[in-house]
Design a protein around this ligand. Sequence first.
Ligand SMILES: Cc1ncc(COP(=O)(O)O)c(C=O)c1O
Length: 407
Amino acid sequence: MKPPVNNYKEIIENMLGEGGFAYIARGRELARKGYKVINLSIGQPDVPTPDNIIESAVHALRVEKFTRYTETPGIPELREAIAEYLNTRYGSDVSWEEVIIAPGTKGALFLAIAAYLREGDEIIIPEPTYPVYSEAARLFNAKPVFVSLKFQGKDVGFKLDLEVIKESITPRTKMIVINNPHNPTGAIFDEKEIDELVEIARENNILILADEIYDNFVYDGRFKSLISYPDWRDWLIYTNGFSKTFSMTGWRLGYLVVKKEVAIVLRRLAVNIWGCPISFAQKAAITALKDPETWRWVEKLVVRYREMRDLMYNGLKDLPGVEAWKSPGAFYMFPRVVKLLEQINMSVEDFVNYLIDHYYLIVLPGSAFPAQTSRYYVRFSFATSREEVSEGVKRFREAVRELVSRR
Ligand SMILES: Cc1ncc(COP(=O)(O)O)c(C=O)c1O
């Protein structure tokens, strides 16, 4: 007899949480006790959702009484607005029927993984990585295959290791994940890397699961969306969401784009998990995409975050033992601190805990983005105010100096 294939209790108990959430709780706890906490661990903009989007949700609730179930893949007007956004911005040809709205990009990612991955399937994940892809895959007894990004020093930063990706392909490989711009490194994989990745997917008949949630946070260079390839339907599951661009993390709105035949099947899965996305939030999301006022707001936010990125980089770049790279995208900086950790003889978790306990400064240990090499890094978010970035960097510098001088 075959042994039971799955022990869900064990799988779920071993699932990684998301580091950010645990540290946010810790920060709140310290703040409650009266400490002036600087939290640079948070993966969301420091400002609330723009007023025009809020007003639109209030209107949907108060005036339209838009409070009931909607269609499972979302209301057609929003699906149309998303298709139009992608087509205008990336020259694609997405039809509204190929868009499925989900509760958060996480919901969209889960739907894709639940639909495609089965026991023994392999999913290639460049790491360090946002943890959701591997953890969702494990739930279906699929195997995450981590391939390290190449850190090419503080001038070039992180690149995809396309050779290692190719070598990692087996007959069981179903999917390759690509998050671009990238959390936690702040990398933007360039056109050549993306072209080559697409070629690998085409040649090997593998799906690309693209997570482009940071597509509006581009400070340097050019970002190439995977939805811009004319043959995307053959190999792409595209995801994006409203959380970061419009500071709507609490509204739980993301989406997935796949060819129509697959979208119809995914609807069946979605109806059995969440039924439909939040009704009035969908109305507000139309305003987010279509009102020019929102885009002026986004533009200003990105200009400000570029300044915060520069401020943070200038504060970290000359610290001994810290290799900071001026990240071109998302809103994270991911300095390599391996030399510092060796010098002070600490693990990255101990180092981060020290920063929290003694300096009330919260950053994330690289190990929150699982697998091998990430434990040599820390993640800072610069999606915050000038005061917070300046004070955070100041405390970081002081802590490093103090720890080094004690050795
Ligand atoms: C790379 C990446 N994908 C997805 C998400 C989840 O976004 P959402 O709030 O839309 O579920 C995040 C949030 O931090 C993220 O960093």
